[in-house]
Design a protein around this ligand. Structure first.
Ligand code: SF4
Length: 224
């Protein structure tokens, strides 16, 4: 592209005023940017990552799965035991509950994208530490950028605080259901914080509010 710019500058210099630099490489007939293969590259990088201590105790890196071209992205906290063993997000009891809720609306998991704030399991399912979240954040940032969904449903306080850059102690009860917006590469993405499905397993009373948030997200994404 740099060589093209220089050539155009040269043409302008010798009097060809109408010559312009193309905005996208596609206009030149060059290969266009493919977010899906870029996402694969980021996943490969994550698979060998040892940027924080969690790499020492993990079985598998749980990068994320689903439709990379979806309008709806789910972000949870961290892989649990089953996720660590299988290398897939939300496949334990909490994940099965999430899948059931999606199925209530006739939406299968492969139509959305599911990931977590940290990609490796914290031992004993403890909370991820701030430095672990910070080390892993570039992967999540890249996933959001490449998938570029219309809406992100943050499952639990850790995801909401990370995506919305909120203070460390912000409780989920204070922000749940409140639509917010972030701008990524000039595009506005709606972010809805809601309860983590693991919380619902312990507290069924949160289900109606969770369902309301899920339904809202599915509508914004155009999936229902
Ligand atoms: S949690 Fe993230 S930063 Fe830490 S080792 Fe795993 S992939 Fe790397």
């Amino acid at each position: 592209m740099e060589r093209v710019k220089k050539f155009v500058e040269f043409l302008n210099l010798i009097g060809y005023d109408e010559v312009r630099v193309p905005e996208k490489t596609g206009e030149l007939g060059m290969e266009s940017f493919d977010p899906v293969s870029e996402l694969k590259k980021v996943e490969e990088e994550a698979k060998s990552c040892c940027r924080c201590r969690l790499c020492k105790t993990r079985t598998n890196v749980v990068f994320g799965e689903g439709d990379p071209r979806t309008n709806l992205m789910f972000i949870g906290e961290a892989p649990g035991e089953q996720e660590d063993l299988q290398g897939r997000p939300f496949v334990g009891r909490a994940g099965q509950l999430l899948t059931r809720f999606l199925n209530l609306y006739g939406v299968s998991r492969d139509r959305v994208y599911i990931t977590n704030v940290v990609k490796c399991r914290p031992p004993g399912n403890r909370n991820p530490a701030p430095d672990e979240i910070a080390s892993c954040y570039p992967f999540l940032e890249k996933q959001i950028e490449l998938i570029s969904p219309k809406v992100i449903l943050c499952l639990g306080a850790f995801a909401a605080r990370t995506v919305l850059n909120l203070p460390e102690k912000t409780p989920i009860s204070k922000i749940r259901g409140k639509e917010q917006k972030i701008t990524v590469n000039g595009k506005e993405i709606v972010v809805i914080p809601t309860f983590h499905p693991a919380y619902l397993l312990r507290n069924r009373r949160g289900e109606p509010e969770f369902q309301k948030d899920l339904e809202n997200a599915l509508r914004i994404a155009g999936l229902i």
